[in-house]
Design a protein around this ligand. Structure first.
Ligand SMILES: [Fe+2]
Ligand SMILES: [Fe+2]
Length: 333
């Protein structure tokens, strides 16, 4: 490309200079990451790091608010006032998680409107688990136990993510997730120990349906995960998908014994040599189907989100009008 470089205009020259500068900034950035330093919103960061984080944090935010829908389905049908109050608080927490995370993503220069538009158009993804239906009250307990349990496994390492605003949001989120997991386990324990045979059968049925999708929450196997290596290098991800999945299996199989339920996996077996449970093959075709928009509830979930956004337009407009009026008043004073 030497011949082209001979007649570069001022713009190209500037570009060349900038890229040397950028290379230095990138070296400094990598060194800071290697030292275990946290990156703040005002710090320089490579464009790819910024984009990766926007994608990950916004997907995470979308998962929190779409995740309100399957459980919201049971608020009016909770069996007791106590369970209803707990479920209301939990679903409200998930809405709050969405808000912290949208705010964290906004520090990277993307707007809430842009992120919401990406979700509503189907360009942005959310966790595939929320495209499954909640068929009985036992599903609510199983979601708390397994889905929030898997979320905790995934999210605790994110409290050490190299991007500080994300890491800070995760500290608070993880505290609330652990309450979510415990309330789910507690609801199931009551059904299993004090319930009728029919109630115990509902719990087992819910476990049968949610077990495999909850294992899929950790994402594709390490051998097929496209973003993992770079994300590990940058300290966005600290522990691999398969390692986290294994930790989750080891923890939940023991909890299943306490509950008295069985996992729907004939190959699930303690492996003395590995010091871990072995488990059967995961149906990745099903995972990709659901991620691709063809799960049991994808259309319903997205339609519910779009409707909520449209129905809430007057609230956003009123809030903006109020803010404008206040600003005008302050200026006049
Ligand atoms: Fe959450
Ligand atoms: Fe949760």
């Amino acid at each position: 490309m030497y011949t082209q470089a001979m007649d570069v205009g001022p713009k190209e020259e500037r570009k060349a200079v900038r890229s040397t500068e950028e290379a230095q900034l990138e070296t400094r950035f990598e060194a800071r990451i290697d030292d275990g330093a946290f990156i703040e919103a005002k710090d320089w960061m490579p464009e790819h790091y910024r984009k990766t984080l926007v994608r990950q944090i916004s997907q995470h935010a979308h998962s929190e608010i779409v995740g309100m829908l399957p459980e919201g389905n049971w608020i009016t049908r909770a069996p007791t006032l106590k369970r209803k109050a707990i479920l209301l608080a939990k679903v409200q927490d998930e809405g709050g998680h969405g808000l912290y995370l949208y705010a964290a993503a906004e520090t990277l220069g993307t707007s809430r409107d842009q992120m919401i538009a990406a979700l509503h158009s189907g360009r942005a993804k959310y966790s595939s688990i929320f495209n499954y239906p909640t068929l009985s009250w036992a599903d609510i307990g199983v979601i708390g136990w397994l889905v929030d349990g898997a979320a905790i496994m995934n999210q605790v390492p994110l409290t050490r993510c190299s991007y500080a605003p994300y890491a800070r949001a995760m500290v608070r989120i993880c505290r609330e997730e652990s309450f979510h997991q415990r309330q789910g386990f507690d609801a199931l324990l009551v059904m299993m120990k004090e319930g009728t045979d029919a109630q115990r059968a509902l719990v087992q049925d819910a476990v049968d349906r949610w077990w495999w999708p909850s294992l899929m929450m950790f994402g594709p196997p390490d051998s097929a995960s496209t973003h993992s290596t770079q994300n590990m290098r940058w300290g966005i991800k600290r522990i691999s998908n398969d390692e986290l999945r294994q930790k989750f299996v080891d923890a939940t199989v023991e909890q299943a014994k306490v509950l008295g339920v069985t996992m729907p996996d004939p190959l699930l077996k303690w492996n003395e040599a590995r010091g871990h449970y072995d488990y059967g093959p995961i149906d990745w075709d099903e995972f990709w189907q659901v991620v691709g928009g063809f799960g049991p509830c994808n259309k319903e979930r997205l339609a519910a989100r779009v409707k909520a956004w449209d129905d809430g337009a007057w609230v956003r407009e009123a809030a903006m009008a109020h803010a404008r009026k206040r600003a005008a008043k302050e200026q006049a004073a």
